[in-house]
Design a protein. Structure first.
Length: 160
């Protein structure tokens, strides 16, 4: 059983690791894997973009490798000076397409970012959810999308 002092020590180590990684790479991808008993999908999000004046980015329903690839590609655009905007279509690696959507509940998702920037829930770091295309090239809102809604939930319909 973890004691409160052990938890605080672990959080201090995590805070230090996060700060060092952001100093070195300017952004970190935080990945959250769900247990077998959870109905919520796995997701990944950036920490560090708020520090350059941009909302953090989130992808839902993909494995850690795909989440990191998508988030790092989009974060690189931001770090190179591009502001992503809701409704924008982003293409990368010749075949992937992402659509930028406003994340209405960032306080329920961006825990590490809010902790890093010392933001309370009511003043959460803002976030954008990146909708990704299925292997057939379709988005979740398009007719014939082959994946059920829980595969890639729409912004605001899921939580961490």
């Amino acid at each position: 059983m973890t004691t409160e002092s052990q938890m605080l020590a672990w959080l201090d180590q995590e805070d230090s690791r996060l700060a060092e990684t952001i100093r070195t790479h300017r952004v970190v991808v935080q990945y959250v894997m769900r247990g077998a008993e959870s109905d919520e999908p796995p997701f990944g999000y950036t920490v560090g973009l708020f520090g350059v004046g941009h909302p953090e980015l989130v992808v839902v329903g993909v494995g850690s490798e795909n989440a990191r690839a998508m988030l790092n590609a989009a974060a690189d655009l931001v770090l190179d000076g591009r502001d992503l905007l809701p409704g924008e279509l982003v293409e990368f690696d010749g075949e992937r397409r992402l659509v930028v959507e406003t994340l209405p509940n960032p306080d329920e998702v961006l825990f590490s970012a809010n902790r890093f920037y010392r933001r309370p829930d009511e003043f959460s770091v803002p976030g954008y959810q990146l909708a990704w295309t299925h292997a057939d090239g379709s988005f979740p809102w398009e007719p014939g999308y082959p994946c059920p809604p829980e595969c890639q939930p729409r912004p605001g319909t899921w939580r961490a």
